[in-house]
Design a protein around this ligand. Structure first.
Ligand SMILES: *Cc1c(COP(=O)(O)O)cnc(C)c1O
Ligand SMILES: [Zn+2]
Length: 413
């Protein structure tokens, strides 16, 4: 917190104090946290970070809160070299940032830890959110840990596992008969009706979003303080993608890494691809769509940071692709069989996009690529349908096993 200068409007660049604000009074542009980078540069170095906790809080000097709160200590998830996946895709050097390993199984634990710590500093008593699923899990769990009351708003048609793993934490789970964009609109209205509620991705969104920078910080540190050449990031609201870019830029700005450009590519599902569609048509307009995809955690038809994500992708020399649900399911299987990582549907979208960008030559064989796998497959098991099950079903005898194996053309006895 010591290094936060205040908030600044992303559109008109007016400055505001670091309070519970999220839009500019003058132009309604979104606000962004501004830091004193010279002071940070004088204060941080690689050793200081390495001596920190194995969580997002090792990068506390670049986050907008004073100290770690009573949170679930997310972050510092494994960055794994994925040679078998790379070979299958005809790529050279591929790494997976495995954020399935966060406390509630998605990268949302990062953003929620920052948002709720800040919300408590600002005096909010209740944690709330509009969620496509993973955010609901993360808010309910972190609120339980912090002893805060919670209200999470979700579309009623969410995966069963995401509802159970939210409700278990004992907060209020409000299922809304509508899609995420309807839920979000309701929560935007509620922020004025319930001024002591911190909607992590609405009225404290400016702070929440900063948590995603740790996805960039960790990758650079885990690569031995080097920036990758190219990253592939799933796009829901687009916030995560823009903050990964901000994170890489900040590391260079404070002298922790050598400054070089990182190509940033975005992944969307065909059934909800407003940003990828704008990219493909060369348009500056992100036109809202009505989502229809199994990748529910990124099914945002009217993405708040869509234009900013599009701009980052274009300026960095990346690309955006949209993949079918079928390609997503294939990619979940491919990642599982080659690397032993079980991703949720958003992770499948990311790996399918990685495959697509490899196939079309957007990602070169000579590039060091990082794919962000942001959520755990145990939460979207329904998406895999009845196609996966036991290879054989037998009576509990040796004879039954041997007979079944032979029938399947397996080992002769
Ligand atoms: C929310 C979510 C995303 C998208 O993040 P945005 O910041 O909204 O673009 C990606 N993957 C998973 C697993 C998510 O839950
Ligand atoms: Zn403004």
């Amino acid at each position: 917190m010591g290094f936060v200068q205040g908030l600044v409007c992303r559109e008109c660049h007016r400055a505001f104090p670091a309070e519970a604000l999220h839009v500019c009074d003058y132009c309604f542009g979104p606000l962004e946290v501004a830091y004193d980078y010279d002071a940070i540069a004088a204060h941080v170095d690689r050793e200081r970070i390495a001596a920190g906790p194995p969580t997002i809080w090792r990068y506390g000097d670049l986050l907008p809160v004073r100290a770690a709160g009573a949170d679930l200590n997310p972050g510092f998830t494994p960055l794994v070299r994925a040679d078998r996946l790379a070979a299958a895709l005809g790529l050279g050097e591929v790494w997976i940032k495995d954020d399935t390993r966060n406390p509630t199984g998605s990268f949302k634990d990062r953003v929620v830890a920052v948002a709720l710590t800040k919300a408590r500093e600002l005096g909010f008593k209740v944690a709330a959110c509009a969620s496509t699923g993973n955010l609901a899990n993360a808010v309910a769990a972190a609120a339980a840990r912090a002893g805060m009351e919670s209200y999470v708003f979700i579309p009623a048609n969410l995966e069963r596992a995401k509802i159970v793993t939210t409700a278990v934490f004992g907060g209020h789970v409000v299922a809304v008969d509508g899609n995420y964009d309807d839920v979000n609109r309701l929560c935007a209205e509620l922020t004025s009706e319930r001024p002591d509620w911190a909607f992590v991705n609405v009225n404290v969104r400016t702070y929440y979003a900063e948590g995603s920078k740790t996805l960039a910080f960790e990758v650079a540190e885990q690569l031995g303080w080097e920036l990758p050449d190219h990253v592939v990031v799933p796009v829901g609201s687009g916030s995560q993608l823009t903050k990964i870019h901000k994170g890489f830029t900040e590391l260079a700005r404070v002298g922790l890494v050598e400054d070089r450009s990182v190509r940033i590519s975005g992944a969307q599902a065909e059934g909800c691809a407003p940003v990828a569609t704008a990219f493909r048509s060369g348009s500056d307009q992100v036109r809202p769509v009505r989502p229809d995809t199994i990748a529910k955690s990124i099914a945002i038809g009217n993405p708040a940071d869509g234009w900013y994500a599009l701009d980052v992708v274009r300026r960095s020399g990346g690309a955006l692709a949209a993949v079918s649900d079928e390609a997503t399911l294939d990619a979940i299987g491919l990642l599982a069989r080659t690397e032993g990582i079980f991703a949720e549907t958003a992770g499948g979208v990311t790996i399918a996009t990685l495959a697509e960008l490899a196939h079309t030559g957007v990602i070169g064989r000579d590039e060091r690529v990082v794919a962000y796998v942001t959520g755990n497959g145990l939460k979207t098991v329904e998406a895999l349908g009845p196609s996966l099950g036991p290879s054989i079903v037998i009576a509990p005898t040796l004879e039954a096993f041997v007979a079944a194996e032979q029938a399947a053309g397996g080992q002769p006895s």
